[in-house]
Ligand binder design. Structure first.
Ligand code: BDR
Ligand code: CA
Length: 331
């Protein structure tokens, strides 16, 4: 390669992490999508929508609205499961608004969903790329991923990291005393995915409760002034109001609503922002009282093998720096 005087030496582009995001937007899913859409370091292969916070027709529409705000119509959106494997659909509209995106007025986006079912889209994209090269960030119930693994069990061997927002341990639950919403909503799907041998990394409430949208962090995003930053900040403002009413929290500057779904995407970009511990995770599917609880075993002598990882801590400032960078004006 020749560099002429005054011209910067061209360098080869760094390999970007190929990624599928399976999600149920959802106010915190929306922030995570803004991070993924705005980061130059991800090769976003697909967004797959699942029923969760609101029904799948709405989560798929919301994903397309967010994609349009970010100017990323190049990323296909696929609609997936409208109900959990065995349970009745639950929903968490009280935390996300009836339409799923807080105060954002819903509208039909310009571009439609792609035609394939989300589970098939996951299979196609992973099986047609080199083994272990495609990661999945799962930000909703694990129904789509479980369906893909049922249909193509060989997927387990080929998938890269499966970074999941889900699970409750030390912090207790957020939908019941024992369980976190994504795992509780479809515990059978979570149990199936964890049993496949995939490289599952769980970002449960122990880590995500450390990533809070404080007043200072929301104000910093609002100061950026791009549509992406405004959208992310508006999700946090909605959460702030709702969580203060439904959950309640102390009036401290370091407090604010947790932005759970940011964590798996942030980890794929900057693994050093999180501490993970090897473990074996099983999901309670029998008891109604503790449905969806994640039993996290760290003791190798007891577990035999430790095939999963559990996030124990997060550097929230680092995570919020990432979202601010992703939403900054593009040069
Ligand atoms: C998870 O549940 C959903 O309501 C949020 O979007 C997040 O994925 C938090 O428990
Ligand atoms: Ca979610």
């Amino acid at each position: 390669m020749v560099a002429y005087p005054g011209e910067p030496l061209q360098t080869l582009p760094m390999t970007r992490q190929a990624l599928i995001i399976d999600c149920d937007p959802g106010v915190d899913d929306a922030v995570a999508l803004m991070l993924a859409f705005g980061s130059g370091e991800l090769d976003l292969l697909a967004i797959t929508a699942v029923g969760g916070n609101v029904p799948v027709t709405k989560t798929a529409r919301n994903a397309r609205m967010l994609r349009q705000i970010a100017g990323r119509e190049d990323v296909p959106v696929f609609m997936g499961a409208d109900r959990p494997l065995r349970r009745e659909p639950a929903g968490a509209g009280e935390f996300h608004g009836a339409e799923g995106l807080g105060d954002l007025t819903p509208r039909e986006p310009d571009a439609p969903c792609a035609e394939e079912h989300a589970a098939d889209a996951i299979i196609d994209r992973v099986m047609n790329r080199p083994g272990k090269s495609v990661a999945i960030a799962v930000l909703g119930p694990l129904t789509n991923v479980a369906l893909a693994l049922r249909k193509a069990p060989e997927l387990a061997e080929r998938l890269g990291p499966v970074a999941v927002m889900g699970g409750a341990r030390s912090e207790g639950g957020n939908i019941t005393a024992s369980a976190e919403f994504n795992i509780w909503a479809d515990p059978e799907a979570a149990a199936e995915v964890l049993a496949t041998g995939c490289d599952v990394v769980l970002f449960g409430l122990d880590a995500t409760h450390q990533v809070r949208a404080t007043e200072a962090r929301i104000a910093a995003l609002e100061a950026i002034g791009t549509p992406m930053a405004d959208t992310a900040a508006s999700m946090m403002r909605f959460s702030e109001r709702v969580e203060r009413r439904l959950v309640g929290w102390p009036s401290l500057p370091e407090w604010g609503p947790p932005v759970h779904d940011l964590c798996p995407v942030a980890w794929l970009l900057r693994p050093d922002l999180f501490a993970l511990k090897p473990c074996r995770i099983e999901v309670e599917t029998q008891s109604e009282l503790t449905r969806g609880h994640t039993a996290v075993e760290f003791r190798q002598g007891v577990a035999g093998a430790l095939p999963h990882r559990w996030a124990v801590s997060a550097d929230a400032d680092g995570v919020f720096d990432l979202i601010a960078e992703a939403c900054a004006p593009r040069g």
